[in-house]
Ligand binder design. Structure first.
Ligand SMILES: [Mg+2]
Length: 407
């Protein structure tokens, strides 16, 4: 197996950096994103100037204000950050398809397969860093190493705006002096346990046999054992974006009843948005297809600027498009379909609760119930109208005529 070369790229103080780009007068000032000083909630990002005052992300805003009263507090705009994030990933995907989007402003790139394009791996990593900084206008930190965990630790060292490489054979030198909290496998509880055993540095952790760690932390103990030695064989999770997702069905017999047609459409939207959530996709284009009794097919589509995943919103647009098509028709329909395209993949952030989190959380709750009780366990009243036409299975939902296209 060829030696791996993994590059971890992370935008420095992402939200704060974007705010400075949008308002250059903030340059050099302590910027705190997440809310105004008197508001509840926590800081989601602090600029490096702000960090000098001791504030950090996750800190309550009031506390930030106490420590840094001269700070510039901004609420932030998730949609803007999302747009920057999409540009960030476009640059990275152009550099190599072996790109894992780890969060809104963070990615792993595996250069193992494309080393021949550049004079050397480090030269490639530095080049990617320059490209991102030029295209996006923010500084990034880049770490390089033979695996993911070391690459991420290297980025920590590179911050802010630097490049740092951990070469094969240098792992121990680099890891020895790091605090145990640097390892992702060591959560707050494990930290307490280890500190009680007077273990504070990764080097001190090496003294513990694997069996001891396993006894203390179970499977997690094995992870700690490997991580502390810089061993990590995880591949990158790269997923290419599908071009579109669609669901359509032919009817048992041609349909004229508008309410029943909309029930089909709602059901198809439900299945489709489930697939979007599973793949963390959001769509810019919604399209409805209708085929008439004479086999003529018509399509209507709409572009939305802020991409959608939510069932309620996608259905509403699909319904409008469908009614535009159907209201002029004198024929019954034999097929209806819904398709979304221009897909983007974005991850919700944990610290920053954006405006659109609620429908997403609702969607996730819905998925949990359905995982347990089956797709048919939760349906809207509109979808329930299909009871009159189709057999119903609690696990699978309705058995439509074109079942393969509705999964
Ligand atoms: Mg970052």
């Amino acid at each position: 197996m060829p030696r791996r070369y993994i590059v971890h790229v992370d935008i420095d103080a992402f939200f704060a950096a974007v705010e400075v780009l949008l308002d250059p007068s903030l340059q050099g000032k302590p910027v705190i994103v997440g809310g105004l000083p008197h508001e509840r909630g926590v800081a989601s990002t602090c600029s490096y100037e702000a960090r000098k005052f001791g504030v950090h992300s996750g800190m309550p805003l009031r506390k930030c204000y106490q420590l840094c009263p001269e700070g510039v507090f901004v609420r932030g705009n998730y949609q803007v950050y999302q747009a920057f994030s999409e540009r960030f990933f476009r640059v990275l995907h152009a550099a190599t398809p072996d790109t894992e989007e780890a969060s809104l402003d963070e990615a792993y790139l595996e250069l193992t397969r494309c080393g021949h394009i550049y004079p050397s791996f480090p030269a490639a990593a530095r080049d990617i860093k320059r490209q991102v900084e030029r295209e996006i206008g923010v500084t990034v930190s880049v770490g390089a190493a033979p695996n993911k965990i070391l690459a991420k630790l290297a980025t920590r060292r590179a911050k802010p705006a630097g490049f740092f490489e951990i070469r094969e054979g240098e792992e121990e030198t680099y890891l020895r002096g790091l605090g145990i909290e640097a390892l992702p496998g060591i959560g707050p509880k494990a930290q307490v346990v280890l500190r009680l055993m007077n273990i504070h540095k990764i080097g001190e952790l090496w003294e513990l046999p694997r069996t001891t760690l396993h006894t203390l932390f179970g499977q997690g103990g094995d992870d700690i054992y490997l991580q502390s030695r810089g061993i990590d064989s995880r591949p990158l999770v790269t997923r290419t974006l599908p071009k579109s997702v669609s669901r359509e069905t032919t009817f048992l017999e041609d349909l004229w009843d508008r309410r029943l047609l909309l029930a089909h459409l709602a059901y198809l939207c439900d299945r489709l948005t489930l697939a979007l959530r599973e793949d963390r996709l959001y769509a810019h284009v919604i399209e409805v297809k209708a085929r008439y009794a004479d086999f003529k097919t018509e399509i209507k589509r709409r572009l939305v600027l802020s991409p959608l995943q939510d069932m309620g919103k996608i259905y509403k647009i699909a319904e409008e498009l469908f009614l535009e098509l159907f209201s002029g028709s004198r024929l019954a329909l034999r097929l209806v379909g819904v398709k979304v395209s221009d897909l983007v993949r974005v991850r919700p952030l944990s610290l920053f609760e954006p405006y659109s989190e609620r429908p997403e959380r609702l969607g996730r709750a819905l998925d949990q119930v359905r995982d347990k009780y089956g797709f048919g366990s939760v349906l809207t009243a509109r979808e329930k109208m299909l009871d009159a036409v189709y057999a119903f299975e609690p696990r699978r939902g309705y058995v439509l005529k074109t079942a393969s296209l509705t999964k």
